[in-house]
Design a protein around this ligand. Structure first.
Ligand code: FAD
Length: 448
């Protein structure tokens, strides 16, 4: 469609722009969707987001020479995202991250479980208790209705508590594990069943795995995500994509063979509308009643610290598996980018609901908890903090089915909705988001 044909005078509404497709949300799902649609022959695409930047919830924060991310964002050089945007690769910073966890016994040890520190070092009675509890669970607790049942079946109630996995699950999911959908547990906690099954243990005993990683780990450029995703914007713009950032969406309605999308300041017509924005928001824009209780999401509170002194662990990512402390995970960015002002710096993720959405309370809780555990002995300074709504879906029992019903209602209306927020889908990585967007649009999956 050329530019002249793409404009149409529509009575009192004035000039209405026409697009082959409108994509809502310029996160990974939206960017990949635009790339797939171009490959499928779309010539005019509008990519709209209420944020003033592209990349969605890949968000960095900088101040006084320190750069932090919301969360622990680590990428790989074999990501299928690079099949769509190969020019991203040279912009990443290669890193060599390592992971550890703080266990309830106040020890920094292997993530997610340490047979040596969590089991063997505890002495013979604890080992016997663990074995009895696993045998009991396998024989008498076979019925699995939620995430706790799932984990208990595989490692037994004793080890679940002793390793701190149960406490971590509550921090991770935002609600106690017994309220979490069993289907999500099966999807997200596969590593437990894979590592704890008798078959896996025997296989490891017979042939210990010594495979080295086949891919390279990467972080965003030091300057932030905007430098990274500028390359994607350039490629898409050159291929017929118009970006509309800081957009205010007001409604979506049927118009002839397609749909009409109303923004605060104008209206566009499109043959297709792809949505990667929160499911309930998209439903409201279409006038669809979502019915039932709201789909809950985790609000993440990030604390940004600089530090000088003895931190007490070597790894770049530390998970909090202890029974106390509201923080979930911390990432030492100075391990990736080098110290700034002769200080290390790191971001701490806290589930905002667990600390009353207060940065001051979260900071006090963190300081007290790391002091008790002998970590960060020195000068710890809070450089800033940030709140992110809609960080992860909370799969309280029944939420997955409600989300699936809403995706279906949107599809019947004519809007294709997918992605982390667009399908209320826990997507841990850009790799998963890329493949799910490709699959949703009927494209061949990029390798690997
Ligand atoms: C804390 C955290 C840690 C992560 N860690 C990693 C990691 O280590 N490695 C990795 O590869 N990936 C990581 N990810 C990325 C993630 O797992 C997904 O790949 C990605 O966020 C999903 O992208 P999306 O486009 O589906 O959703 P989002 O990134 O959430 O994008 C949705 C977009 O919709 C927009 N939007 C919302 N409402 C409206 C509206 N009303 N109108 C217009 N636009 C709207 C939002 O502004 C946003 O830009 C992390 C994400 C988070 C949040």
């Amino acid at each position: 469609m050329d530019d002249a044909a793409a404009r149409d005078i529509e009575g009192v509404e004035g000039l209405v722009e026409h697009y082959d497709a409108v994509v809502l949300g310029a996160g990974i799902s939206g960017l990949v969707s635009a790339s797939v649609l171009i490959a499928q022959g779309c010539e005019r695409i509008l990519l709209a987001d209420e944020y003033g930047h592209v990349g969605g919830n890949h968000i960095d924060w900088s101040s006084g020479g320190y750069t932090f991310d919301i969360g622990s964002l680590i990428f790989q050089d074999d990501s299928p995202l690079l099949a769509h945007f190969p020019e991203l690769l040279p912009r990443y910073v290669p890193i060599d991250p390592s992971w550890a966890r703080l266990n309830p016994q106040r020890k920094v040890t292997a993530y997610p479980i340490s047979p040596r520190d969590d089991v063997l070092a505890a002495g013979v009675w604890v080992v016997i208790s663990i074995m009895v509890s696993v045998i009991y669970a396998r024989l008498f607790q076979r019925r699995m209705q939620n995430a706790r049942d799932f984990a208990r079946y595989w490692i037994g109630a004793y080890l679940l508590h002793r390793t701190g996995l149960e406490s971590y699950m509550k921090r991770f999911y935002g609600v106690p594990a017994e309220q979490i959908d069993i289907e999500l547990a099966r999807k997200r906690m596969l590593w437990i069943s894979e590592n704890a099954s008798l078959r896996a243990l025997v296989a490891r005993w017979r042939k210990p795995s010594r495979s080295a990683p086949t891919n390279r780990q990467l972080a965003r450029p030091k300057e932030g995500f905007s430098v990274l995703y500028a390359a994607a914007v350039e490629r898409l713009s050159a291929n017929g994509v118009t970006f509309r950032l800081s957009a205010r969406l007001e409604g979506i309605e049927h118009a002839g063979q397609g749909l009409r999308v109303r923004f605060g300041d104008n209206t566009v017509n499109a043959r297709r509308v792809i949505s990667t924005i929160p499911l309930e928001r998209a439903a409201a824009l279409c006038g669809i009643n979502s019915g039932g209780p709201d789909l809950e999401t985790i609000t993440l509170l990030s604390l940004y610290f600089s530090f000088s002194g003895e931190r007490g662990f070597r790894e770049s990512v530390l998970y909090n598996f202890s029974h106390e402390g509201a923080w979930k995970r911390l990432t030492v960015y100075s391990d990736f980018y080098g110290p700034a002002n002769d200080r290390e710096y790191f971001a701490v993720e806290v589930i905002a609901d667990h600390i009353g959405h207060s940065a001051a309370d979260a900071e006090a809780d963190f300081r007290e908890h790391v002091r008790k555990n002998g970590l960060f002995d020195g000068d710890l300074k809070l450089e800033g903090s940030q709140i992110l709504a809609n960080a992860y879906p909370i799969y309280r029992n029944g939420a997955a089915a409600r989300a699936a019903a809403l995706v279906d209602s949107l599809r019947k209306f004519g809007v294709e909705s997918f992605g982390r927020q667009g399908a209320f889908n826990y997507q841990p990585t850009a790799r998963v988001s890329t493949h799910e967007a490709e699959a949703a649009l009927g494209a061949k999956l990029s390798p690997p």
